[in-house]
Design a protein around this ligand. Sequence first.
Ligand SMILES: Cc1cc2nc3c(=O)[nH]c(=O)nc-3n(C[C@H](O)[C@H](O)[C@H](O)COP(=O)(O)O)c2cc1C
Length: 171
Amino acid sequence: MADRPNILIIFTSWSGNTEALAEAIAGGARGAGNGNVDVTVKRAGDTGRGDIEKASALAFGSPTYYSYMSGEMKTLFDKALPFRDAFYKKPAIAFATGNGGQQKCIESIERILEFFEVTFVQRSDILSAGLAVQGKPDEGALRQAKAIGRKLGDAGIAYACSLGRKNIITG
Ligand SMILES: Cc1cc2nc3c(=O)[nH]c(=O)nc-3n(C[C@H](O)[C@H](O)[C@H](O)COP(=O)(O)O)c2cc1C
């Protein structure tokens, strides 16, 4: 665990829609804890075990490809099974863009996150605005994504603090 809580936003994007959402979520997360938090935005293909292990909260975003997440994101999850413990109970969200099928994409990510037993900060079936976005995110979607990012940041800080307390208790 890094000294400061680390919020890791992982995404894939070909034409920029999902990347814009990732940056908005990151912008919100940077405002958590009076800015006393590190926020990292990383492409799924550049993300490895160490990144997931040191993260206090996680976001996973993908374009919709054939009603599913991108191959690059799926490959990250396929490689993650040996270190699934690094996901356990961490605050997390999924996000997606698409031309109408983005809900299916986001659900495909959430199914895997369920398997890894994360703690969902917000689910796509409760409020998809800002998480599952059609086309290029507009101002409203970016604003909502930023608000969700702030919640993710706050949850990441709380998670990091709970680990700190546990370490004190167990010596
Ligand atoms: C190979 C491919 C397959 C796609 N399949 C779907 C699909 O099944 N459903 C959908 O809604 N959009 C689909 N799309 C559209 C993209 O999900 C959409 O344009 C997305 O916002 C692109 O994100 P990006 O700008 O981050 O790359 C597909 C695009 C590509 C290139």
